[in-house]
Ligand binder design. Structure first.
Ligand code: PLP
Length: 413
């Protein structure tokens, strides 16, 4: 099976360029907008879901982007939503009354636990011993039984092929050394049904073989615990963390190869009867989003070319957060309304920055460019996950970008 999307954005640039040009003709203000390809998102989510073996369930981790249009598009394409707050539970419910919701996150309040139970959350991911006691306490008061997964913070060492990032100290989950104690406690709670384990341990995995090795390691762990403590496990949540290759967009995670490998792994380990849950954020929504920002000025300071766009990292924080050069394309626009020369740069390295009064406001530094002019539009690719959702929108009080939603037949704004 061949998944064309991601890396799809490049196939679409002509269409996007037409939409941007059309927009420019009808407005005075410089272009500054997020564009979401809902049709592409729908197709991608469907293909990703369909490729998985039958015992697997794909949840969308909505912290990557909880825009209502995105959630509406994904409900019905994925098996459910993964949420990390009561606010996200309510967003899930606004998108769909019935969609399965699973709830994780460190530091859940009593109100959140109660709210999640009231909203018929399918699974709670319990992240500490104290939280386990509180879930029992609250469920008992509500006279309900709550299905849970214990989120375990694995101590490693992880198999060599997997990323070093896993196993470093974090605030998530229950330390692996306490797994026996946590299982005993869960089993002793009359209002808790222990369904299995949650093992999300890394992010931005780019290599499908490494990810498969990680899942094999998870299966070893779970088999060990179920043998040792004599429990039946119905569900393993293997987390999200499937990455996007921002540095080389032509080379993305091989989802279909991974799914085929997983199919073999499941049968080798006799896991056909166990639900394997994925909760992917980035891999589902990154490719459908674009951030378009018009070039307002070009200058050379201290020997370096700076391209200044309308907007900034207060709209699209990801490149600063990850300290990377974000991939982009230049959309040339042949519209120029000033009576003087149009500045341009050719065949040079440029640094693309926004309007914020901080030198950290950069999307990409010293990256080669064929040509860019004032009035052209820089179109950032793979901006649909951890973009607008993680940005400090009101820093400096500039206007927000427009949000445009593209479907196959029309542009909704
Ligand atoms: C953030 C997060 C995810 C999603 O991560 P991606 O890298 O976007 O796939 C999934 N599960 C948990 C517990 C998370 O914190």
């Amino acid at each position: 099976m061949n998944l064309p999307y991601p890396p799809g954005p490049l196939n679409q640039l002509n269409q996007l360029a037409r939409i941007i040009e059309e927009k420019k003709r009808t407005q005075d203000q410089p272009i500054c907008a997020y564009l979401y390809d809902l049709e592409g998102l729908s197709r991608h989510a469907e293909e990703v879901t369909r490729a998985l073996p039958p015992s697997c369930r794909l949840f969308y981790a909505m912290k990557a982007n909880s825009d209502p249009e995105i959630l509406k598009t994904l409900s019905g394409r994925v098996h459910g939503f993964e949420v990390a707050s009561l606010g996200e539970v309510m967003k899930a419910r606004a998108a769909s009354e019935r969609i399965p919701v699973i709830f994780g996150g460190p530091g859940k309040t009593d109100e959140e636990i109660r709210g999640a139970i009231e909203q018929r959350v399918t699974l709670l991911h319990v992240e500490s011993m104290h939280e386990l006691k509180r879930v029992e306490h609250i469920a008992a008061a509500m006279n309900r039984t709550v299905s849970i997964l214990l989120r375990i913070n694995l101590s490693g060492p992880f198999p060599q092929a997997t990323l070093a990032m896993a196993g470093t100290p974090t605030q998530f989950g229950i330390d692996e050394s306490l797994v026996g104690e946590a299982i005993q406690l869960a089993l002793s709670c009359p209002h808790i049904s222990l369904e299995g384990f949650h093992l999300h341990s890394l992010s931005n995995q780019l290599d499908w073989r490494s990810h498969l090795a990680l899942l094999a390691y998870y299966f070893d762990k779970v088999d060990g615990w179920s043998g040792q403590y004599d429990i039946n496990i119905s569900t393993i949540n293997v987390g999200g963390g499937i990455g996007i290759n921002y540095a080389d967009i032509g080379s993305q995670f091989g989802w279909s190869e991974f799914a085929d490998g997983l199919s073999r792994l499941i049968s080798e380990r006799n896991k056909e009867g166990t639900s394997i849950l994925f909760e992917c954020g980035r891999f589902l929504t990154a490719a459908c989003g674009y951030y378009a920002a018009e070039v307002i000025d070009i200058k050379k300071n201290h020997g370096k070319h700076f391209v200044i766009v309308r907007g900034g990292t207060h709209h699209f924080r990801l490149p600063v957060s990850w300290q990377h050069n974000h991939p982009f394309a230049v959309v040339p626009l042949d519209i120029w309304n000033y009576p003087f020369e149009r500045k341009e740069i050719k065949d040079s390295d440029v640094t693309i920055v926004g309007q914020l009064c901080t030198p950290k406001d950069a999307f990409a530094r010293d990256v080669p460019i064929d040509r860019i002019r004032i009035g052209d539009v820089v179109l950032f690719l793979y901006a649909g996950a951890y973009g607008w959702a993680i940005s400090h929108h009101d820093f400096l009080s500039h206007p927000h970008p427009e949000h445009m939603y593209l479907t196959n037949t029309s542009v909704l704004t």
